[in-house]
Design a protein around this ligand. Structure first.
Ligand code: GLC
Length: 558
């Protein structure tokens, strides 16, 4: 692990090698992290003021979800200007200050890049619509005449990920019904046409803009979506649920995306200090995901296959092996994630998996004690695996999914559209509790609003309530991250060796380190193999053996 950043060319300090291969990267969802001005929305000055907390937590880098100028139709994943900070989040000077402060604290900064689509308020799209058919700006998106006698039907059968058709009809400047445009997500998110050279040029410039500002990398939103099949042929399947797994899809994971990432890699490599890119790439197999991280493409890809793995020994072991093998084949590190801003928090999701809902699309209430116990065990397992780990803000506090938000406060665009794939994402986006007995718990000024209401029970989950409290989830994460940094076995790449254990137990060694996890329903006794470094919950230890209750993980030094 590297804790010091000093990668400027004139630096006298040794340049760390490949910091990202085993980095712990903490996702900040800006609107929900810390609100400095009391408008109920988190902002960049709020994040800046909390960076020492992240340094103390022990992460290597932060990834910031979008904070660019945006009408917020999809919480900022609808970008109107890629080089401007939205006033709700602050200014470009705030972004610059945040990057500088983070670097001073030894934290790297990764920003989100949204290249598949813009906002419908982006200047190109506004001109495309305003200028009517024939506008050169229409070629930068996918505009098509409709099907049917009067063009009243969408140009093809593609569904939107958020529900409903992936096409919206425009109105001509003279008021008559016009062409349709493609949006794989909300209508406010028109897809770019990546066959147009101006689109590729623009994004190369945007990359350089943020690299020049000092960012250490990019998280590439919908990295699998940029290139569409020539002619936009019908999908031929009936519902959106198949959109991601139709094998060779006309809209996702097209081979052409890889040329784009090769050109981006050349840009990243021009900059000192190993600037990286991580792909949000949904592809049918791990091998197809691995193609995004070949040596001349991006550096990492999220491992959504692991995120959706059931809580049992056979599935966990199979998926960990498959992930390591797929990434080894291209020389990339594996990555591991349990929670992010699009999925049900793993405090709930891993219990929901028992009922067959591994993806956790519909958050349900779970026993909070059992949910947290399993989540803590899963987090220790995740942090013991070789490669890079992505944490989502609040998981270090053991925050549960908020399952009872009333419909009128929900803002996920898919919630209000027909049964969208991602319609229930607000419950993992509730603002962080920092301190105090009453909402907003230090998220913003006392008595101030928060854009989503926080549950009453969150007083006891706040940072202040957990800080320096032995056994708290925050203390567990801090201890785990400190051990991860210092134990040589955890710093070595790809050194996992499975160790057989009692039924229901997953165990592996990593050069002087062992992780033992009880995924079974009852307590198990395992022989003592060394010093217990950390346990995710209470264990019984005697001189020869240790008893792990269900859903408990132990880290050992051997
Ligand atoms: C990605 C983001 C998600 C967003 C979508 C459209 O999946 O993670 O939050 O809604 O892209 O940009």
């Amino acid at each position: 692990m590297t804790s010091v950043i000093d990668r400027r060319e004139d630096s006298a300090v040794a340049v760390p090698v490949s910091w990202w291969r085993d980095a712990v990267i903490y996702q900040i969802y800006p609107r929900s992290f810390a609100d400095s001005n009391g408008d109920g929305m988190g902002d960049l000055p709020g994040i800046r003021s909390r960076l020492p907390y992240l340094r103390d937590l022990g992460v290597d880098a932060v990834w910031l979800s979008p904070f660019y100028a945006s009408p917020q139709a999809d919480a900022g994943y609808d970008v109107a200007d890629y080089r401007t900070v939205d006033p709700v989040f602050g200014t470009l000077a705030d972004a610059q200050g945040l990057i500088t402060d983070a670097h001073d604290l030894g934290l790297r900064v990764i920003v989100d890049l949204v290249p598949n689509h813009s906002s419908d308020r982006h200047e190109w799209f506004r001109r495309a619509v305003a200028e009517g058919p024939g506008s050169p700006f229409r070629d930068r998106y996918h505009f098509r005449p409709g099907r049917g006698a009067g063009g009243e039907l969408p140009p093809n059968d593609w569904p939107s990920i958020f529900g409903g058709p992936a096409w919206t009809r425009t109105t001509n400047p003279d008021g008559t019904p016009g062409e349709w445009y493609l949006h794989l997500f909300a209508p406010e998110q028109p897809d770019f046409n990546w066959d147009h050279p101006a689109v590729a040029d623009e994004f190369r410039t945007i990359l350089r803009f943020w690299l020049d500002l000092g960012v250490d990398g990019f998280r590439i939103d919908v990295a699998h979506g940029l290139v569409k099949a020539q002619g936009l042929p019908d999908l031929g399947v009936e519902t959106q649920w198949h959109l991601l797994d139709v094998g060779v899809s006309p809209c996702f994971d097209r081979d052409g995306v890889h040329d784009i990432y090769r050109s981006w890699r050349r840009i990243l490599d021009e900059y000192p200090g190993e600037r990286i890119a991580v792909a949000e790439a949904w592809a049918p197999t791990l091998e197809r995901v691995a193609a995004y991280v070949r040596p001349d493409e991006l550096h990492q890809a999220f491992n959504f296959s692991y995120l959706g793995t059931g809580w049992n020994v056979a599935d966990q072991r199979r998926m960990i092996d498959a992930s390591l093998a797929a990434m080894r084949a291209v020389g990339a590190p594996a990555t591991w994630t349990l929670s992010n801003h699009d999925v049900v928090r793993h405090t709930n999701r891993l219990l929901q998996a028992d009922d067959g809902d591994v993806a956790g699309r519909r958050p349900t209430a779970v026993d909070p004690v059992a949910g947290l116990r399993r989540a803590r065990a899963a987090s220790l397992l995740l942090l013991a695996l070789p490669g890079s780990a992505y944490l989502y803000q609040g998981e270090e506090l053991g925050l549960p999914e908020v399952v009872d938000l009333p419909p009128e406060v929900r803002q996920d665009p898919a919630f209000h559209r027909a049964a969208g794939q991602d319609g229930y994402r607000d419950g993992c986006r509730v603002p962080i509790p920092w301190h105090g007995d009453q909402a907003p718990y230090g998220f913003g000024p006392d008595g101030g609003p928060s854009w989503l209401p926080q549950p009453e029970a969150w007083a006891e989950l706040s940072v202040a309530a957990q800080e320096n409290v032995p056994g708290s989830t925050l203390s567990l994460y801090r201890a785990a991250l400190a051990i991860r940094r210092s134990h040589p076995g955890l710093g070595a790449p790809d050194n996992l060796r499975w160790v057989d254990g009692p039924a229901g137990v997953l165990q592996f060694d990593r050069d002087g380190f062992r992780c033992t996890v009880n995924l079974g329903a009852g307590a198990v006794r395992v022989d003592r193999v060394g010093e217990v470094l950390l346990a995710s919950g209470p264990i019984d230890a005697d001189p020869d053996a240790v008893t792990l209750p269900a859903d408990t993980a132990v880290w050992w030094s051997r």
